[in-house]
Design a protein around this ligand. Structure first.
Ligand code: ATP
Ligand code: MG
Length: 164
């Protein structure tokens, strides 16, 4: 099913295993296994979503987890579900985020300490990820603590969007 509406992100809905997507994405991003990915939760979870868009969200969130954890190589990825939603959480043990900055984090071009820190980027990855997840009627958010790390999560409804 392809839904295209003026001014909206186009989605191409497929049925696929979210756990497989997550593991494939980690393998592509970390071919030499410099980082230690730990997979928790479901061993398989079939969902209806746009595979390539959700892959882009994972690339953005895992990319951030790596970029903002220069000295901690462990990243935990949890896939869970309840009756209504799939949830993916990406936990790093990196620099963390000041709670005062959290409300702006998903804004376009927003970067914490844009001119102060040594990490390069445009401030677009989280903005794009939020657009994609909102378009799937999911939610995206983060729990974080400076110095201990961040836990970014998102949800995707489990129902078939073509039946409504
Ligand atoms: P881009 O993704 O466009 O290359 P970016 O990584 O700076 O650049 P976002 O991914 O949108 O942009 O993230 C916005 C800001 O949120 C980052 O600049 C960083 O300050 C903060 N941030 C995002 N993820 C993390 C994380 N896992 N740990 C600590 N800070 C983070
Ligand atoms: Mg980024």
């Amino acid at each position: 099913v392809t839904k295209i509406q003026q001014g909206q992100l186009a989605l191409n809905i497929n049925r696929f295993d979210l756990v497989e997507l997550v593991k494939d994405c980690c393998e592509h991003i970390n071919p030499l296994h410099d980082y230690e990915f730990v997979f928790l939760g479901d061993e398989e979870l079939m969902i209806y979503a746009d595979y390539r868009r959700i892959d882009q969200v994972m690339i953005n969130l895992i990319g951030n987890a790596i970029k903002y954890s220069p000295h901690k190589k462990r990243i935990e990825i949890t896939v869970l579900h309840d009756d209504a939603n799939a949830t993916v959480a990406i936990r790093d043990f990196g620099i963390g985020i000041n709670p005062q900055k959290l409300p702006h984090l998903f804004d376009r071009y927003y970067r914490v300490d844009a001119f102060g820190h040594q990490f390069s980027g445009l401030g677009l990855g989280l903005y794009i990820s939020a657009e994609i997840i909102n378009r799937h009627n999911g939610k995206i958010g983060v729990h974080s603590e400076v110095g201990s790390g961040s836990n970014f999560w998102f949800t995707i409804p489990l129902d078939d969007p073509s039946i409504s």
